[in-house]
Design a protein around this ligand. Structure first.
Ligand code: NAD
Length: 367
C-alpha cells in the first residue's frame, strides 16, 4: 500500500494521480490483474472526443509499477495529439503490460489481456507497440474485435512499423529541408538509436538514399545483423549524444532529450520514431529551439503506424495509407515554418493545432 511507504508530503509530491503532469485530463485509467497468467496491465484512455481511443500495447520490464503508470499516461496523451494532428477520427489511448516479454509473454496472458480490452466495449482499440508482435494481436483478436494490426492473412493491415518508418523518413526529410535548405539525406550523418521494427526500416530508407547511417542498440545481435544487411556502421563510442552528426533519430524509448543529454547534442536535426522524445516538452522544447536544433515533433512524424491501423477500421487501402503518410512531409514543413514565424516551438505549434481540432469537435458534439 502506498500509504505505508510514503509520508503525506511525499504522497502529494510523488503519487502519480490527478494533478500530476503526466495525468492530463485522462478520461479513464484501468488497472488489470490476473494472477494465474501473471498479467499486470494498465490501460490509459486519454481522450475520446474525436473517436475511440486507439493506441498500441507496450510490454516492458518496468523498474516499478509507478514507471509503468507514468508511461501509459504519457503515451496515451501522446496518441490523442497524434490522431488529432493527423486528421484521424480517433482518440488517444495506450496500454502497458508489466514484465519482460521474452520471459512472461504467453498466449494465455495475451488472451486474458484481450478480455480486459473487451470489457471497455470499443472505447479503446489496441495494437502493437514495443514488446509485441503481429501474432500477439492475432491472439487478442480471438477474444475481442477491438484490436488492430492483426495479420494480413486474417484480414488486418499487418505490422504497422514499415509505414511508421516511412512517415518518420518523410518527417526527417522535411526537417532536413528546413534546417539545410534542401531535403537530401545523401551524405548526412544520421545516428539511429534503436534498430527494432521501425529503426531497421528507417536505416534501410536512409542508407538507400546515400546517408552515412550510424546505428546503436543494446542488442548486439541486431547490430551485426542490420550493419551487414545495409552496410552501415555500428556506433562504438561511449556517448552517442555527444557524437558530431547531422541528424539524431531516436527509435528506441522516449525521454532521451533531457537535462543530461541536451547540452551534449551537436546535431542540427532530431527526427525519430520514439514517442515522447522530450522528457519535459515545456522545458526541453524551448531549450532545443534556443540551441538552434530543429525538432520534428514525434507525435506528428511517427503517425504512419496509426494511419496504417486506422485503415483497418475504416477499410481503406494501400494507396490512401501511403498518400496520408506522405502528407507528413508537408505538415512537418508547415509546422516548422509556422513555429518559426510565431517564435514558438514546433512541438507547441503542433500541439495547439491538435488541441484546436479537438476543441472544435467538442463544440460540435455539445451542439
Ligand atoms: P522495437 O521494440 O521493435 O525496437 C526497439 C529497439 O530499441 C530494440 O532493438 C531495442 O533493443 C532497442 N533499444 C532499447 N533500449 C535501447 C537503448 N537504451 N539504446 C539503444 N537501443 C535500445 O520497437 P519499434 O516498434 O521499432 O518502436 C520503436 C519506437 O518507436 C518506440 O518508442 C515506439 O513506441 C515508437 N513507435 C513505434 C511505432 C510502430 O509502428 N512500431 C509507431 C509509433 C511509435
Amino acid at each position: 500500500m502506498i500509504t505505508e511507504v510514503l509520508t503525506a508530503n511525499q504522497l502529494k509530491k510523488e503519487a502519480p494521480v490527478f494533478g500530476q503532469l503526466s495525468f492530463n485530463d485522462h478520461e479513464q485509467v484501468v488497472f488489470c490483474q490476473d494472477k494465474d497468467t501473471g498479467l499486470k496491465a494498465i490501460i490509459g484512455v486519454h481522450n475520446t472526443i474525436l473517436g475511440p481511443a486507439l493506441g498500441g500495447t507496450r510490454m516492458y520490464d518496468y523498474k516499478t509499477e509507478w514507471d509503468a503508470l507514468n508511461d501509459v499516461l504519457r503515451l496515451s496523451r501522446g496518441m490523442t495529439y497524434k490522431a488529432a494532428i493527423t486528421g484521424l477520427n480517433l482518440g488517444g489511448g495506450k496500454a502497458v503490460i508489466i514484465g519482460d516479454p521474452k520471459k512472461m509473454k504467453t498466449p494465455e496472458l495475451m488472451t486474458r489481456f484481450g478480455k480486459f480490452v473487451h470489457t471497455l466495449g470499443g472505447k479503446y482499440y489496441t495494437a502493437e507497440d514495443v514488446g509485441m508482435e503481429t501474432s500477439d494481436m492475432d491472439t487478442v483478436r480471438e477474444v475481442t474485435p477491438y484490436v488492430t494490426g492483426i495479420s494480413e492473412s486474417k484480414g488486418g493491415a499487418g505490422n504497422p512499423s514499415p509505414v511508421t518508418a516511412y512517415g518518420v523518413y518523410m518527417g526527417m526529410k522535411a526537417a532536413t529541408k528546413f534546417a539545410y535548405g534542401n531535403d537530401a539525406l545523401q551524405g548526412k550523418k544520421i545516428l539511429v538509436q534503436g534498430i527494432g521494427h521501425v529503426g531497421e526500416e528507417l536505416v534501410r530508407l536512409a542508407a538507400e538514399e546515400g546517408a552515412n547511417v550510424i546505428i546503436s542498440d543494446i542488442n548486439e545481435e541486431r547490430l551485426s545483423e542490420v550493419s551487414t544487411k545495409y552496410g552501415v556502421e555500428i556506433y562504438r563510442g561511449n556517448d552517442l549524444y555527444a557524437e558530431e552528426a547531422d541528424i539524431y533519430a531516436p527509435c528506441a524509448l522516449g525521454a532521451t532529450v533531457n537535462d543530461d543529454t541536451i547540452d551534449k547534442l551537436k546535431v542540427k536535426v532530431i527526427a525519430g520514431a520514439a514517442n515522447n522524445q522530450l522528457a519535459n516538452e515545456q522545458i526541453h522544447g524551448p531549450l532545443l529551439q534556443k540551441k538552434g536544433i530543429v525538432y520534428a515533433p514525434d507525435f506528428l512524424i511517427n503517425a504512419g503506424g496509426i494511419i496504417n491501423v486506422y485503415a483497418e477500421i475504416e477499410g481503406y487501402g494501400r494507396d490512401q495509407i501511403i498518400t496520408k503518410t506522405e502528407n507528413i512531409y508537408d505538415t512537418t514543413l508547415d509546422i516548422l515554418n509556422k513555429a518559426k514565424a510565431t517564435n514558438i516551438t514546433a512541438n507547441a505549434s503542433a500541439m495547439s493545432i491538435a488541441e484546436d481540432r479537438i476543441a472544435t469537435r467538442k463544440k460540435e458534439l455539445l451542439g
